[in-house]
Design a protein around this ligand. Sequence first.
Ligand code: SIN
Ligand code: MN
Length: 231
Amino acid sequence: MAAASPGVVLAPGLVHHPGYLDAAARDRLWTELARAMDEAPPYTPRMPRTGRPFSVRMTNCGALGWVSDEVGYRYQAHHPETGRPWPAMPSLALRAWADLSGYHAEPEACLVNLYGPAARMGLHQDRDEEALDAPVVSLSLGATALFRYGGLRRGDPTRSVRLRSGDALVIGGVSRLIHHGVDRLLPAVVDLLGEAGDATIPAVMADRLPAGGRCNLTLRRVRVPMRSGHA
Ligand code: SIN
Ligand code: MN
């Protein structure tokens, strides 16, 4: 794991840490994720009401997981298909939270998004958490994503940034509720500035993610932590 650099401030509270995970850390995280997926297989979430499937597959680690189906968006303590509790958070994800979040309590949810080469995620806000004073910490592995971010209002102007394998992004402070999404993944040949080898999906994940795919983790604090030490 790279030392936590001050990062590149894209907007107040929105900080990009390119190359946060070095090659050894990326390998370890892939392995930890493959193990977690043995316990909590990826599933296809569905849009509230319409039931339309997402193009991204998901699973979660931690005490709570974010799920979406006809009933709505929510956090819950069990996998929607197996009914089992979510597996423990990858240790590297906890380290990243400790390094980058600046928050005084542990994360409770680690949403794992799996993108096939053609998957995308429309502009949205992460606002199903009660603890909105905690940032969302994102870690990316695999193919480079064209990540789009705007402002607090849906119609605000947007910009994009490339999130490469090993990059971290902290979405906090006054940017905590910005709109964001993933326009598309870049084929390795298009990402001329990236390290082509980074985008390779390791054998341990090959049956879960096709070549040219991407995995993104978002760590979140969901419930407001109990403050100790008060009378
Ligand atoms: C998300 O907004 O949940 C995921 C963003 C990403 O894949 O980078
Ligand atoms: Mn999001």
